[in-house]
Ligand binder design. Structure first.
Ligand SMILES: *Cc1c(COP(=O)(O)O)cnc(C)c1O
Length: 463
């Protein structure tokens, strides 16, 4: 539910809900298709299903908490991005959103490329069978070992982020006797989050080489000076959970401006630009993200126009959606343990996971929806807060939610849109084993990342 819908006026802290919340939905049993994976539905018994399998059977077989991922939806989203961008552009899935070998196989089969930003992500990408040429390696402080491994593996692009790294990649390419493709990560002075973007103000960050400050142009000069480096293009990434194209418009204009200066100064037209990821998804019914077709059209128009103005051939465009592909495809299933009504305030519903499996609410004030999933209910709505089992009062999964007033211990709750940045950011806080990821398709469910066990955790503890 939207907290931006609050009427103006003083708020009495976070815990006094009266009059500050949008009305409950007319029917709590209805699942808004915007926020749920495509095959999710409520069956005639009232139980939520995904990929044709009911949550009660899933909880029985795989336990809770667990992430259930709709494989058909994941593949459909890959195809939609691929088709929207066509053969003159590339789609790189951002592996940090969620990566496993099964995911890498799906990406490979659906024709996507893959971004990694650590040795661990690179290992997973290669183990899953992604051809190295289709991998791009990111990060503002890649280790020398990571760079050497990436070069030896034949990674298609290393996105260099500092002067030191240009020398390190050049040295690794020399040692391996190869010419390494690189892009330069440029700070364009744009930061975009959700519905707002700020231009010119955001030079103050750790990523990239500054366009305005001239370090990007200097990085181009140094890179071109190394025979072992093949400068393929420029890269920018402006933020996350973005809903409109105006930030991309400014960043594309600035990146193309640098392409034109590079042509004027060095006589080369770089063949690629990467505009990054950050495309938003619907976490709640209030969010209205654009689809890949609209995004591709807008980006093509923006880049085409800017190149025409600059008298440049249109470079090959690439984008890097992470959240927009995997985010909507999964929900987290929890079991309710305790229910505490606080009269005049709200009801705290405690589940068997929390900030160890979804840190986004605590970290970013992220909003989520939630549904009673094991059954339908005709009870009236109650204002609830879904909280975890960790030793932290900020351990909140869903800050503001309406649940049926008869929600109680043993019920299963599903929190949608947890495919991105939940399992990948999960922790072992309170020595909690991390939940499994289960892929569901065509009436079959299979574990793709197994649940950790206490033995796994104890094995790390060598006394
Ligand atoms: C995080 C990141 C992405 C993906 O962001 P999403 O919000 O998941 O789309 C893409 N590119 C780069 C360089 C990133 O750092």
């Amino acid at each position: 539910m939207s907290r931006s819908a609050h009427p103006a006026g003083p708020r009495h802290g976070d815990v006094l809900p009266d009059g500050h919340y949008s009305a409950p939905p007319a029917d709590l049993n209805v699942l808004d298709e915007k926020v749920w994976a495509r095959t999710v539905e409520r069956d005639q018994e009232g139980q939520v299903r995904i990929g044709g399998v009911g949550v009660r059977a899933l909880a029985e077989e795989f336990g809770t908490p667990a992430y259930f991922l709709d494989e058909a939806d994941f593949r459909a989203r890959c195809r939609a991005w691929r088709e929207a961008f066509g053969s003159e552009a590339d789609v790189f899935y951002a592996g940090k959103a969620f990566l496993s070998r099964a995911v890498v196989r799906w990406l490979t089969e659906e024709g996507l490329n893959l971004d990694v930003c650590s040795g661990g992500e690179l290992s997973t990408a290669l183990a899953g069978g992604m051809p190295a040429a289709r991998i791009a390696f990111h990060g503002n402080n890649k280790s020398t070992t990571e760079i050497e491994r990436a070069v030896e593996a034949g990674v298609g692009r290393i996105v260099v982020d500092s002067f030191e790294e240009i020398e390190r990649v050049a040295a690794a390419a020399r040692a391996a006797g190869v010419r390494q493709g690189v892009q330069i990560r440029v700070t364009v002075g744009v930061e975009a989050h959700t519905h707002e973007f700020i231009a010119t103000a955001h030079e103050d960050q750790k990523f990239g080489l500054s366009l305005a400050g001239g370090t990007a142009a200097e990085a181009v000069r140094r890179t071109l000076g190394h025979d072992g480096l093949e400068l393929l293009g420029l890269h920018s990434h402006i933020g996350s959970q973005i809903f409109d194209m105006s930030g991309f418009e400014v960043s594309a204009r600035r990146v193309v401006g640098l392409l034109a200066r590079i042509r004027d100064e060095h006589g080369v037209e770089l063949p690629e630009i990467d505009l990054g990821g950050g495309l938003g998804i619907a976490y709640t019914s209030d969010d209205d993200p654009q689809g890949p077709a609209e995004i591709a059209k807008a980006l093509r128009e923006i880049v085409g126009r800017e190149c025409e103005v600059a008298g440049l051939a249109v470079p090959r465009i690439s984008v890097e959606p992470g959240r927009a592909i995997v985010g909507p495809t999964a929900f987290t299933l929890y079991e309710v343990g305790t229910v505490k009504p606080l009269p005049g305030l709200r009801t705290y519903v405690s589940v068997d996971g929390g900030m160890s499996d979804n840190i986004r609410t605590a970290l970013y004030d992220a909003e989520y929806a939630v549904a009673l999933a094991s059954r339908a209910s005709t009870a009236p709505p109650m204002l609830a807060r879904v909280v975890g089992k960790h030793c932290e009062s900020g351990d909140i999964v869903v800050r503001d939610a309406y649940l049926p007033a008869d929600t109680g211990p043993g019920d299963l709750l599903a929190v949608p849109a947890t495919g991105a940045y939940c399992r990948s950011m999960a922790s072992n806080y309170n020595h909690t084993p991390r939940p499994p990821v289960v892929a569901v398709a065509d009436g079959r469910a299979r574990t793709i990342v197994r649940r950790e066990t206490e033995e796994d955790l104890l094995r790390l503890d060598v006394g």
